[in-house]
Design a protein around this ligand. Structure first.
Ligand code: MRU
Length: 347
């Protein structure tokens, strides 16, 4: 991974402003919860696991100067902060998972003084960050078993180090394959409207010395028709108990194309991305974002000002199109309702 995407130093969260990449590598010192909310909303911090970590650290920032005198007062502040952060982006369940963990650890320590509780919250947020690092490495090792030398791989959006605390999910698999001296070539979808593929994924892959080719999103079908893609690896923002997986808009297109052309389609995601109380992907809330993101490319207008726009940030890939789901607890296959039940039992 080229950089440390998100970390904690001396009472501040330090994160990479991903909206500036690949042209500028800018680290932001975030001292308050409002800045953290804005960073998540504007995609300065993005990618499901990174959003979860940002949420947990956001809770710490939100209550670190609290003057609460007792647990009840302090817990109200935690809940208010958590609710505020939860309103930033709706789809990546990692955010809600991390916020719930922060509330839970506070409740479990309600007998402690407020000063001690602040320490406990920071400890929990850093534990979430460390667990994500470990999960990245384990997913990478499991997933690399699916990659063989000579493979040509397609990926969408950015599921790399920038989207996590460490190595990434889908890209982690590719980094690990490279580390094992497997020769791979990766095609990267540019990922309109916000170009996470073009701006971030190419940057990460090239930094690792991986043979990388950028394509526009609408070129994937023609590559598959020419039998030029062996496998597809993507990340996820929320996976339901039947294996339906929400990921960046355009992922579903790829999965349909993959089925038609007989290309294996793999999703790589940590446990924190599973929402096993959801029966299917129909229950996943899909974020709709500002029309300007579609009417412009990186701030440059490309369409009539008043044109109507539809801008969902995610889509849901039905489980039957997913060949396997790689997690830090192993590789899960269809029927997912059954295999993920085993995962649930282990959590
Ligand atoms: O809108 P974004 O950039 O936060 O969307 C991110 C994705 O869709 C990623 O593929 C997903 O979060 C997996 S990240 C390991």
């Amino acid at each position: 991974m080229p950089v440390e995407t998100i970390t904690w130093k001396n009472g501040k969260t330090i994160y990479v402003d991903q909206t500036r990449l690949p042209h500028a590598l800018r680290f932001v010192a975030c001292r308050d919860v409002r800045t953290m909310w804005r960073a998540i909303k504007s995609l300065e911090v993005r990618g499901a696991p990174a959003i979860g970590i940002a949420g947990a650290l956001g809770v710490v920032l939100g209550v670190q100067n609290s003057k609460a005198k007792n647990f009840n007062q302090f817990f109200k502040e935690i809940c208010r902060t958590s609710k505020y952060l939860a309103s930033s982006r709706p789809t990546a369940v990692n955010l809600f998972w991390a916020l719930a963990r922060m509330e839970r650890i506070a409740k479990e320590n309600k007998d402690k003084p407020v000063a001690k509780l602040k320490e406990i919250l920071l400890h929990e947020a850093l534990k979430i960050l460390q667990e994500d690092k470990d999960a990245c490495r384990r997913m990478a090792r499991y997933g690399s078993r699916l990659v063989k030398t000579g493979d040509v791989i397609l990926t969408h959006c950015n599921a790399g180090g920038l989207a996590t605390a460490d190595y990434g999910t889908a890209l982690g698999v590719l980094f690990e394959a490279k580390r094992q001296h497997k020769r791979i070539h990766v095609y990267v979808d540019e990922t309109r409207p916000l170009l996470q593929g073009a701006r971030l994924t190419t940057w990460e892959l090239m930094h690792e010395g991986i043979d990388t080719t950028l394509i526009c999103d609408n070129m994937a079908a023609s590559l598959m028709a020419k039998a030029k893609i062996d496998k597809i690896f993507v990340g996820a923002d929320r996976i339901a108990s039947n294996g339906d997986a929400a990921n960046k808009i355009g992922t579903y297109n790829l999965a349909v194309l993959a089925k038609y052309h007989g290309v294996p389609f793999y999703v790589v995601a940590p446990i924190s991305t599973f929402d096993l109380k959801l029966k299917s992907g129909h229950g996943i809330p899909i974020e709709e974002r500002n029309a300007d993101e579609v009417k412009a490319i990186l701030g440059h207008p490309i369409a009539p000002k008043n044109v109507k726009v539809y801008n969902p940030a995610f889509d849901v890939t039905p489980n039957e199109l997913i060949t396997a789901i790689v997690t830090e607890r192993g590789i899960f296959r269809r029927p997912y309702r059954k295999s993920l039940k085993k995962l649930k039992a282990k959590i």
